[in-house]
Design a protein around this ligand. Structure first.
Ligand SMILES: Cc1cc2nc3c(=O)[nH]c(=O)nc-3n(C[C@H](O)[C@H](O)[C@H](O)COP(=O)(O)OP(=O)(O)OC[C@H]3O[C@@H](n4cnc5c(N)ncnc54)[C@H](O)[C@@H]3O)c2cc1C
Length: 476
């Protein structure tokens, strides 16, 4: 029997894989019957198709979400427009609800779907479920978008209306599923045929409940020393909430208010404020992407279009595999490969090494991160790569070239992080850990290190490559 026309709404899950603080789901829940759906859209995504590690995360996140919905999550893959055509034919849908996405390809797809549904007289309700402030609410007085972070955050964000308070999980009257049309999660090709993700599976637990637990443990143990501690990759002083925020397993509003409940006026004020400003960077990246739709592929500063990037597939390969001969760089790249994550400080070091010491285009780094990162996010990734390269808005000045030796000494002074990912250097004393090629022969011998055999010589000379990068910059 067909359900009653006036009773069905669809909530289309996208980057909001959660029940709590989900404005669109709460809208849909005003109806008696709700049909929650997810559509794997490899049809419209093209170059933005999810990388392998993101697909692993998504698989597990959907599994957890489906369980929370008592199995009432209908899953499809393909062109969402066709999925909606099918659903509209099959059910009497009154309203379709979703939380807005801000990636250019999603915006143009959603516009088409919205006008298609509205042309059939179906109400479409879209809401903000993933940003604290939407791009059109944070413009300058002259109505142009900000291009510099500090005024964006201080003048636009903090002086605007406060972000929405988190809302509770709605009471559902009846959740329904499209039992005969929905695909099986195992059939939509999210997981690879070869299980390379054992270590990732051990470390990461996707899903809404896990996101809340991560937040709680960060508020208990991490935030109290966040401002300083966030620079040290071996310390557990960062939240590791990025994949959960990316997939919307937790809302930024939840994180924003929960961290402020941590005694904002007490001794932790500076740490809390700093953490909030990092969420502000996330907002800034989304803002940049929204107003610069080609951010993932084109330099924001056009003078970089003439930058003399090198092509060197051997160097690129060595960078990807953590074989550059610079231990802190190699540790970061191997952390990424093994765990799907890399600490922010190390992301900056390996990024600077790629675009400045190796003089390879930031695009190569952006693509590799896109495939390997568990938190791969079009806005954050492309904005951060352009920041590193110096080609972005409010970017690090090009002449600021991270020195991988001094960065290692400063931020991994006891070598815990580097030795964890480069075990072949575990017996090298701290003094030479970040520059083993400068160690006396007997020390390397004692540490069982044979350069060029079990750990590489540096792929480029630091001083020469720095000079070359600065000359390249002068040329534009
Ligand atoms: C080259 C490069 C590529 C990056 N690619 C991504 C990416 O694809 N996805 C991604 O989420 N972040 C990216 N970042 C930003 C940052 O490294 C990560 O957000 C952060 O390391 C995630 O760890 P965390 O959750 O423990 O961060 P925390 O320090 O706990 O910060 C809390 C949250 O704030 C946001 N945030 C923190 N730093 C930044 C930043 N610099 N820019 C934007 N948002 C930030 C994230 O959502 C993060 O989860 C990149 C940075 C660099 C230098």
């Amino acid at each position: 029997m067909r359900p009653n026309k006036t009773e069905i709404s669809i909530h289309w899950f996208r980057q909001d894989l959660r029940l709590k603080d989900n404005p669109s789901l709460s809208n849909a829940a005003k109806y008696k019957k709700i049909l929650p759906i997810y559509i794997l859209d490899d049809y419209n995504s093209k170059d933005c198709k999810m990388g392998s590690v993101s697909r692993w995360w998504l698989y597990n996140s959907l599994r957890s979400l489906k369980k929370k919905l008592n199995n009432n999550l209908s899953i499809y893959d393909g062109n969402p427009l066709e999925v909606f055509q099918y659903l509209i034919n099959k059910y009497d849908i009154q309203e379709v609800c979703w939380n807005r996405c801000y990636e250019p390809w999603r915006i143009s797809r959603d516009k088409k779907i919205k006008s298609f549904l509205e042309s059939l007289g179906i109400k479409v309700v879209t809401t903000n479920g993933s940003l604290l402030w939407e791009p059109w609410d944070t413009k300058k007085d002259d109505l142009t978008p900000y291009r510099v972070f500090t005024p964006f955050y201080k003048r636009a964000c903090l002086k605007s209306e406060s972000p929405r308070f988190p809302i509770v999980t709605p009471d559902f009257q009846e959740l329904i599923s499209d039992t005969d049309g929905s695909r099986n999660l195992d059939d939509i090709k999210l997981l690879p045929s070869h299980n390379w993700y054992q270590e990732i599976e051990y470390i990461w637990k996707p899903g809404e409940d896990q996101a809340s637990m991560k937040l709680t443990s960060f508020l208990e143990d991490g935030i109290s020393d966040y401002k300083e501690g966030r620079n040290f990759p071996s310390k557990k002083k960062v939240s590791q909430l990025s994949p959960y925020l990316h997939f919307g397993e937790i809302s930024p509003n939840e994180v924003w208010y929960a961290s402020q409940s941590k005694n904002i006026e007490g001794p932790e004020e500076e740490n809390v404020k700093h953490f909030l400003s990092e969420l502000g960077w996330r907002e800034f990246s989304y803002n940049l992407l929204y107003y610069n739709q080609d951010l993932p592929i084109s330099n924001l500063q056009k003078k970089f279009d003439n930058f003399p990037w090198q092509e060197n597939s051997e160097h690129l390969y060595k960078w990807k595999r953590g074989l550059t001969g610079y231990p802190i760089v190699d540790a970061g790249m191997r952390e990424l490969w093994r765990t799907g994550y890399m600490h922010n400080r190390v992301r900056m070091i390996v990024g600077s090494f790629l675009v400045k010491n190796l003089l390879l285009h930031w695009k190569h780094g952006e693509r590799w991160f896109w495939d390997c990162l568990i938190d791969a996010d079009l806005a954050n990734n492309s904005a951060s790569w352009q920041w590193i390269a110096g080609s972005g808005a409010d970017a690090a000045p090009y002449y600021r070239i991270f020195n991988p030796i001094t960065q290692g000494i400063k931020f991994d002074s006891d070598g815990i992080y580097t030795r964890k990912y480069i075990p072949e250097l575990k017996n090298v004393p701290n003094k030479y850990l970040f520059n083993p090629w400068e160690a006396p022969k007997e020390i390397l011998h004692e540490a069982n290190v044979q350069l060029g055999v079990n750990y590489p010589y540096p792929v480029v000379d630091l001083r020469d490559s720095r000079e070359r990068a600065l000359n390249a910059f002068k040329s534009i």
